[in-house]
Design a protein around this ligand. Structure first.
Ligand SMILES: [Cu+2]
Length: 422
């Protein structure tokens, strides 16, 4: 076959994925060709059409081959293989077509038709704030779909899954990926079951702490356009098990009791403290002693870390780090329900706190996208035996959503996430 060049070989589809240039190329193909010209089998809205297409057995490959033929000289430098100079439909041409298809499939099948914009709470309009609060209240009014008997509502279902998996998803390599996926499922559920049309907001605590050394006056805790404020003060409050005094450097907070104001004051939580199901109100115990851990200087110290392994530990904090960091700092500063490793998603502010942590992870990824977009590592469990986390590690959502490999949630701009932070 005249001029036929051999295809550069890829040993597995895995090797296609971590390369950012191939990823971008894949997005280009996906957007330019697949999205508009081809019946792409992985795009949800196109899948059905593709399934029923008479061209299905060879349609995608054939149409791709024609497009590659037409645009070959332009795009060849970016291909994982080379085409014959004179387009002869021999074996190597078809192998190359298949490689290009694999590339598209592996790295950018997930092109999003629309990116939602996650905004900081105080940048939302009052209407948007109320829409989000109403959507969460809607979730709190829908019946549970049942993971644990004690879960009463759909909102509780999320708390139940977090409680159930707590020991597998903290202080480990999947900590950030798991919470990214968890928030994504929560946001999707607000949309699919409660008609929410916005995006999950985040709470950038640094904006409060940098100015006031306190979270007390944050708009996030407004009683009308926010999540309500501090819990009623209980002198000497040391947590539902009265054991917080054992924590190193423990300083009592300024609340501890029920949150008396705001949209969630009347909500009856069914799960927690810890793994125990009890009926209780939402509690908070604001604690400015820990606010320093949330400053923009601390954020800057986190995002300057050189690789995922150091970054994730620096972000998550105690007890792996000797001092408080962004993740535990937020949980401690709000206190009470939020300070409960297991049941903290009982406080709706949990989702805004973790969205900010996810945003900081994404900021860190973007600082060096070629190496960080698919950088993940760490042990899979606190105690041995553990494996090292890779992109193939599957994230469990139990009854909430199917298993998903970490690879699929590394890029927020790709399916199934499709969001960005503004
Ligand atoms: Cu968690």
């Amino acid at each position: 076959m005249e001029g036929a060049n051999s295809c550069a070989s890829h040993t597995s589809s895995e090797s296609l994925i971590p390369s950012p240039s191939l990823h971008w190329l894949g997005i280009f193909y996906s957007k330019a060709f697949v999205e508009h010209l081809l019946p792409h089998p992985r795009h949800p809205s196109k899948r059905a059409a593709f399934e029923h297409s008479p061209l299905r057995p060879f349609g995608l490959a054939g149409q791709s081959a024609v497009l590659i033929h037409q645009f070959g000289p332009l795009i060849e430098p970016f291909l994982p293989c080379s085409f014959p100079r004179k387009m002869v439909w021999g074996l190597s041409t078809w192998i190359c077509v298949v490689q290009v298809l694999l590339l598209v499939e592996a790295s950018a099948a997930a092109f999003c038709s629309k990116l939602s914009k996650r905004q900081e709470w105080r940048n939302l309009t009052n209407d948007q704030k109320i829409q989000y609060i109403d959507a969460v209240k809607c979730l709190q009014s829908l019946p549970a779909k049942g993971l644990v008997e004690a879960a009463r509502t759909r909102f509780d279902d999320f708390q139940a899954v977090h409680i159930n998996l707590t020991d597998e998803i903290h202080l480990v390599g999947q900590f950030l990926p798991w919470h990214r996926r968890f928030l994504n499922v929560f946001e999707n559920t607000l949309r699919s079951e409660c008609g929410f049309i916005g995006a999950l907001p985040y709470w950038d605590w640094s904006r409060d702490v940098d100015v006031y050394n306190s979270i007390n006056n944050s708009p996030v805790f407004d009683s009308v356009y926010g999540f309500g404020g501090n819990g009623i003060y209980i002198p000497g409050y040391a947590g539902p098990f009265n054991n917080l005094t054992n924590l190193p450097g423990w300083v009592p907070g300024t609340g501890g009791g029920c949150v008396p104001t705001g949209p969630f004051a009347s909500y009856n939580l069914s799960l927690g403290p810890g793994t125990i199901p009890t009926n209780h109100c939402l509690t908070r115990a604001f604690n400015d002693e820990y606010a320093w851990a949330l400053s923009s200087a601390q954020v800057a110290n986190t995002t300057k870390q050189p690789n995922f392994e150091i970054f994730r530990i620096e972000l998550e904090g105690q007890p792996v780090t000797p001092t408080m960091k962004l993740h535990d700092g937020g949980h401690f500063a709000v206190g009470a329900e939020m300070l409960d490793t297991y049941s903290s998603p009982g406080d709706p502010v949990f989702y805004l706190h973790h969205a900010n942590l996810d945003r900081i992870w994404w900021i860190w990824q973007q600082l060096n996208l070629p190496t960080r977009l698919f950088d993940v590592s760490g042990r899979s469990s606190v105690d041995p035996p553990f494996v090292n986390i890779t992109l193939a590690f599957e994230l469990k959502m139990l009854t909430l959503a199917p298993l998903l490999p970490i690879r699929d949630i590394m890029d927020p701009r790709a399916e199934p996430l499709c969001y960005t932070y503004v």
